[in-house]
Design a protein around this ligand. Structure first.
Ligand code: HEC
Length: 225
């Protein structure tokens, strides 16, 4: 290279403006990053997919937690007062029927008809639908001696008596309410409170009730209800 040529090339180099230099560097920089351009889309897809997932989950969660409330209000009872009362009474009767099957049916029979000359009937019995105290007292203490049920005599033989049935106040309330409203019988409901009071009032009594005494107290014309 001649001295002149050398001078030319160095002159050429220095003649490159700052602007050109930046352009070239920019170009170089772009070329360098080019291969990663495709990969940059991958994270974007992830963000989109996760975004969708969170969105769908949120809707699902909002549904199942009742708009994110920690203690959602209880589902309103849509039954009317009468329906609630009827359901309560039906439940009581169902419970009473069960207790009857376990505690009474062996003698009085599931039909409530009893057994001739042995166990008096409850179906149609004036004893059953009288003042609820009467049937409650019989279950609490038992019954002995001669009695009249629908014009027939029972308890005429010494062994024919009823012993106390050891069940609690609620069970007595349920079973008496059932018996008073089964097989065509129709009489008022007996409550647990009524039974509790009778149990307390008669707590000193050890013996069974005497048939004719109860008849005189509850089954004379003026006391039948
Ligand atoms: C072991 C047999 C036996 C069982 C169990 C029994 N009873 Fe009696 N029950 C009798 C007898 C016997 C008489 C009659 C007693 C008499 O003549 O003095 C009687 C009388 C009665 C009477 C009055 C008479 C009538 O027919 O209305 C009622 C009411 C009664 N029982 C209800 C019940 C109820 C309710 C139960 C179950 C919680 C029950 N008994 C369980 C044997 C039983």
């Amino acid at each position: 290279m001649t001295e002149k040529n050398k001078q030319d090339s160095s002159l050429n180099h220095s003649s490159m403006s700052d602007e050109d230099m930046v352009k070239i560097h920019c170009k170089l920089g772009r070329e360098k990053h080019e291969p990663t351009k495709g990969f940059l889309i991958a994270p974007l897809i992830f963000v989109f997919v996760f975004g969708c997932l969170i969105f769908v989950c949120s809707i699902q969660l909002a549904h199942s937690t009742n708009s994110f409330q920690l203690h959602p209000p209880e589902i309103a009872d849509v039954r009317t007062e009468e329906e609630i009362e009827r359901d309560r009474f039906d439940k009581k009767l169902a419970s009473g029927k069960k207790i009857f099957g376990l505690r009474c049916a062996s003698c009085h029979q599931n039909s409530g008809l009893g057994i001739e000359n042995q166990f008096p009937p409850l179906a149609g019995s004036e004893w059953v639908v009288a003042n609820p105290e009467l049937i409650t007292k019989i279950i609490l203490k038992g019954l002995q001696g001669e009695i009249n049920v629908m014009g027939k005599k029972y308890g005429t033989t010494p062994g024919a008596n009823m012993v106390a049935v050891p069940i609690n106040n609620k069970e007595i309330a349920n079973v008496t309410t059932y018996v008073r409203n089964a097989w065509g019988n129709s009489a008022s409901e007996v409550t647990e409170e009524q039974v509790a009071k009778i149990r307390k009032d008669t707590s000193d009594q050890k013996d069974q009730w005497i048939g004719i005494e109860l008849e005189a107290e509850y089954l004379t014309d003026s006391t039948v209800n």
